[in-house]
Design a protein around this ligand. Structure first.
Ligand SMILES: *Cc1c(COP(=O)(O)O)cnc(C)c1O
Length: 493
């Protein structure tokens, strides 16, 4: 199995190389040239396997350049008692839907599902391709990726990691999670701008000839822990397959019967993984893309026009405050029949005019698999309160967006297909916003967490509670234009 670049389909490389590189030289993302299949008998066989054993089966299909021993080592190292439930990814029935809890890892967000394994995939890949350069991971984050990447890569051999987050775009708890990170190879810096500014600045460094040259001369190279890295994407496919197996096992569907999958979406990585699971053969009816008020994807899926000439809105679901969804490029590449010329054209239009439109036939293909909806902060809070009152289930602000969008979809279309909703964070990561859904305010996130615990009885994750007294190590802040200089000074010279 080879991976090709969305901006030049003659570039075809094995998985190990794609994972180490992160992004292709001409700025394209690596995608599988075709998706492997998964059969009903394989799914049946998975019923009695652990999460890491299920992951091993899926990875064997994608990482054909890895040995069985290498894959087995990576999955065992990643999916063990660092997750606080034995299922790793757990399905819970809430109201009319199956909630897939993806936040039982060490940083309480779904990013752990991929970032607990990426460091093992990367160090294994480095050995496989005889890479002797030290790797510098540059990561732009809207809050959750940063902490999950730091936690995964802290003290990983031969790797340094730097994380950049929007100064006013993350919750108090998210900020503290990053600023208190342990490890001798980690660096955290706030950026005075929004997430798109962070992501654009980091992408520029990756393709900056002078900086990459200097790094090379110092025995270093850049890579990425963002969802543009293939090693993030493939681990996310596993939990959709695993969820289907569990839905059959718990009687929600019969083997072969379809499900819908609803995903609270930002950078489009999570829902793209669900699309891959569908392409592999998991019976899926609709993929429901849920957005907050930054509803650029809702408009795109409904009209075929992507237009980022709009206000960036800061919401209570900050991990979805994104106007340039990186992984959409991968979906468009597949829908355009692996036509990298077309993708280059589309993305230069986006670069020049902040806008592009897709052809009618591509739009029809998009509509066949995807539907989309969005809600604002007020509706998100109403949903949190309603889900708690009706089902005694406390969901976080991002998950609540998905629950709301799903309820609207179900009501409007009368599509009663059993539905899995991806739950992407533990509610205590966003305590203040969630407390306000109960009509109360608090002086800090910690006070809010305490009060939420009193109201709902939901336990506070230990790793969040202990942040209160943990020492802050990083207080840097930079404007986006100063990031290249900062990276040179701190990481390269
Ligand atoms: C990252 C994140 C999302 C968005 O996921 P994408 O893969 O970027 O679409 C949603 N919710 C939470 C809590 C997240 O951390």
């Amino acid at each position: 199995m080879l991976y090709e670049s969305t901006r030049n389909n003659t570039v075809k490389i094995p998985a190990a190389k794609a994972i180490v590189k992160g992004i292709s030289e001409e700025g394209g993302l690596f995608v599988p040239s075709s998706l492997p299949g998964i059969s009903e008998s394989e799914l049946k066989m998975m019923e009695n396997l652990s999460y890491s054993e299920r992951a091993e089966i899926v990875f064997t299909k994608f990482f054909t350049d890895f040995t069985q021993e290498e894959i087995s080592y990576c999955v065992r190292a990643a999916y063990g008692d660092n997750f606080d439930v034995p299922e790793v990814a757990k399905i819970v029935e809430v109201g009319d839907a199956q909630i897939l809890e993806l936040w039982h890892g060490p940083t309480s967000a779904f990013k752990d599902m991929a970032l607990q394994i990426l460091p093992f995939l990367m160090t294994t890949s480095m050995k496989k391709i005889d890479n002797s350069d030290e790797i510098i991971i540059l990561t732009a984050t809207s809050g959750d990726t940063g902490k999950a990447a730091l936690e995964g890569f802290a003290d990983a051999p031969g790797i340094e990691i730097a994380v950049f987050y929007p100064e006013n775009g993350v919750s108090e708890i998210q900020k503290l999670q990053m600023a208190t990170q342990n490890g001798s190879n980690v660096l955290v810096c706030a950026v005075t701008g929004n997430f798109d500014d962070c992501q654009t600045a980091v992408k520029k460094i990756f393709t900056d000839k002078i900086i990459t040259e200097k790094a090379k001369n110092n025995g270093k190279m850049f890579s990425s822990a963002n969802s543009i890295n293939l090693g993030r994407l493939i681990p996310q496919v596993v939990y959709y397959i695993s969820a289907y197996v569990d839905a059959v096992k718990n009687g929600t569907v019969k083997m072969g019967e379809k499900i819908n999958i609803c995903v609270p979406t930002g950078n489009f990585g999570n829902i793209l993984a669900a699309y891959y699971a569908k392409q592999m053969g998991i019976p899926v009816n609709k993929l429901i893309c849920a957005s907050n008020e930054n509803n650029i994807l809702t408009d795109f899926i409904n009209t075929g026009i992507y237009d980022k000439n709009r206000e960036f809105i800061t919401t209570i679901s900050p991990s979805m405050d994104i106007l340039i969804s990186s992984n959409l490029e991968r979906l468009l590449y597949h829908l355009c029949g692996n036509d990298s010329g077309k993708i280059t054209e589309i993305y230069s239009a986006l670069n020049e005019n902040g806008k592009f439109a897709i052809d009618e036939n591509v739009f029809m293909k998009l509509k066949a698999d995807f539907v989309a909806g969005y809600c604002d902060d007020k509706e998100t809070k109403e949903q949190i309160k309603e889900t708690f009152d009706k089902c005694s289930y406390l969901c976080d602000t991002h998950t609540a967006v998905a629950v709301r969008v799903y309820n609207d979809y179900r009501e409007k279309t009368h599509d009663f297909t059993p539905t899995v909703i991806a739950s992407t964070a533990n509610p205590y990561k966003f305590s203040a916003a969630i407390l306000s859904a109960f009509g109360e305010t608090a002086v800090s996130d910690f006070e809010a967490a305490k009060r939420l615990n009193e109201i709902t009885g939901e336990p506070i994750p230990e790793k969040i509670a202990e942040l209160r007294t943990k020492k802050v190590r990083f207080t840097y802040s930079r404007t986006p234009d100063l990031l290249p200089e900062y990276v040179l000074e701190k990481l390269i010279s």
